[in-house]
Design a binder for this molecule. Structure first.
Ligand code: ATP
Length: 448
């Protein structure tokens, strides 16, 4: 089973409208690397801000940090990444393509049917050297997850924030994995961004908090506007659990290639702090003032991908609709997520309209991400805004010069209302936060 939207349509829209481009494209691109363009960077910021607001800003029990990508190499020894962050790799003896052994069904190369080599383990961490001498002792790694930053900073955060358990530490940042088979656009890449929360709890309360976070995170995606029928929870079987995990759920989305992971929520037990205490020689036990005990906290980890969320949101919001006999593509994203909140569209480039249109633009842009567009016909400009999901288009016409009013057109209903310019900012703010858009339908007030 897969969603109705084809991935090519999303890739094409992203390119056409400046959401996401292939990285280094003028040099032929770099496999699995993508750049976020002017629209994509706004959408991505909005997703990250929504996560930060729900996880850090609105909660008293979570604080945020931003740790470095390069970390002490012993961290990866302690965490188990050097020994076991591996995938079994096989290579085709004829065409030399490489595959993850788990992806192969019939022991032949999926590309050419050739014979495959025996699997060998391949470490997914990117290695580099710190300093001018390339010696084994100077080897460091690009982090393959942001989580270790929260574990090794636990004590510093606990002391400086003066908080008690349960305590969450949250971080958004880049991670790197030398994936054998990246693909499906931004779904699996070698450089990506994660939104991770490490929630430290008293042992014995861990199962309660795992349930709690599974529900919280599932509902977060629904609140962002993803349709519930395209989301599901999948519990990991005992055999599938990572070596450190006591329990784990994936939140999956129905991507065009089928149900795939958006976020994992794991009960990591006391593994992480136990390992770091052992390798660093520091006592990382928590002193519980209430029970007067010292213990290593358990950790519940909701770990989501920024890029996978962006992809799921784009797919879920993508619609092709017939309006007056023509197909329009529209991104029905929630206004809090759209790159632009409003577009200023003077009816034409007429020199009498431009000054007023520019004035309205200057008035709105300190409060909302707003764009200005006066090229091509008004119809084409509406289509462009629909494709990037702009919830409101504001047209300035010759009547505006007389009555100081402008027309607001709503993206989904295509309904229009006319408002005085001095009311515009207030009206937009209200509509953007969900006030109903009661208006005459498009055909009744349509611009000639
Ligand atoms: P997968 O099974 O898809 O490889 P994973 O189980 O290895 O994912 P985690 O280690 O749990 O992933 O990472 C947490 C989240 O980080 C994932 O749910 C996903 O959203 C994101 N993520 C992981 N690897 C990648 C990648 N290569 N590209 C983009 N996002 C990723």
């Amino acid at each position: 089973m897969s969603s109705n939207v084809k991935m090519e349509k999303i890739v094409s829209l992203c390119k056409r409208r400046g959401f996401i481009f292939p990285s280094s494209e003028i040099y032929g691109g770099l496999n699995s690397c993508w750049d976020y363009g002017p629209m994509g960077v706004e959408l991505k910021h909005n997703v990250k801000n929504a996560w930060w607001k729900a996880i850090v800003q609105e909660r008293d029990d979570v604080v945020g940090i931003d740790t470095s990508i390069m970390m002490h190499p012993s961290i990866w020894k302690a965490s188990g990444h050097i020994d076991s962050f591996t995938d079994p790799l096989v290579e085709c003896k004829s065409c030399h393509l490489r595959w993850r052994a788990g992806e192969i069904n019939n022991e032949r190369c999926p590309q050419c049917g050739g014979e495959l080599t025996e699997p060998h383990m391949f470490n997914l961490m990117f290695k580099t050297f710190m300093g001018p001498i390339e010696e084994e002792t100077d080897t460091i790694y690009l982090r393959p997850e942001t989580a270790q930053g929260m574990f090794v900073d636990f004590e510093n955060v606990l002391t400086t924030s003066r908080k008690k358990l349960p305590l969450g530490i949250a971080q958004i940042g880049k991670s790197f994995r030398n994936e054998i088979t990246p693909g499906n656009f931004i779904f699996r890449t070698r450089e990506f961004e994660q939104m991770e929360l490490e929630y430290f709890v008293k042992p014995g309360t861990d199962e309660h908090w795992l349930d709690y976070w599974v529900k919280e995170r599932f509902n977060w995606y629904i609140k962002l506007g993803i349709r519930e029928e395209n989301l599901r929870l999948r519990q990991h079987s005992k055999e599938e659990l990572a070596h450190y995990a006591k329990g784990c759920y994936d939140i999956e989305y129905l991507f065009p290639m089928g149900w795939s992971e958006l976020e994992g929520i794991a009960n990591r037990s006391d593994y992480d702090l136990t390992q770091h205490a052992k390798y660093s020689g520091k006592d990382l036990r928590y002193y519980d003032g209430e029970s007067k005990e010292r213990y290593i906290p358990y950790i519940i980890e909701p770990s989501g991908g920024v890029d996978r969320s962006v992809l799921a949101l784009l797919i879920d919001a993508y619609r092709e609709e017939i309006v007056e006999g023509e197909t329009r593509v529209v991104l029905r994203l929630q206004p809090s997520l759209t790159p632009m909140k409003a577009a200023i569209l003077p009816l034409s480039k007429n020199e009498r309209l431009t000054p007023l249109a520019k004035k309205v633009y200057a008035q709105l842009c300190p409060s909302f991400m707003t764009c200005y567009d006066d090229s091509q016909s008004i119809g084409r400009r509406y289509r462009r805004q629909d494709e990037i999901g702009t919830p409101f288009c504001i047209t300035i016409d010759f009547e505006s010069l007389e009555d100081n009013q402008v027309t607001i057109r709503e993206r989904d209903s295509l309904a229009q209302i006319r408002v005085p310019i001095e009311e515009l900012e207030k009206t937009l703010a209200a509509k953007l936060s969900g006030e109903p858009f009661e208006a005459t339908p498009l055909w009744a007030t349509r611009q000639k």
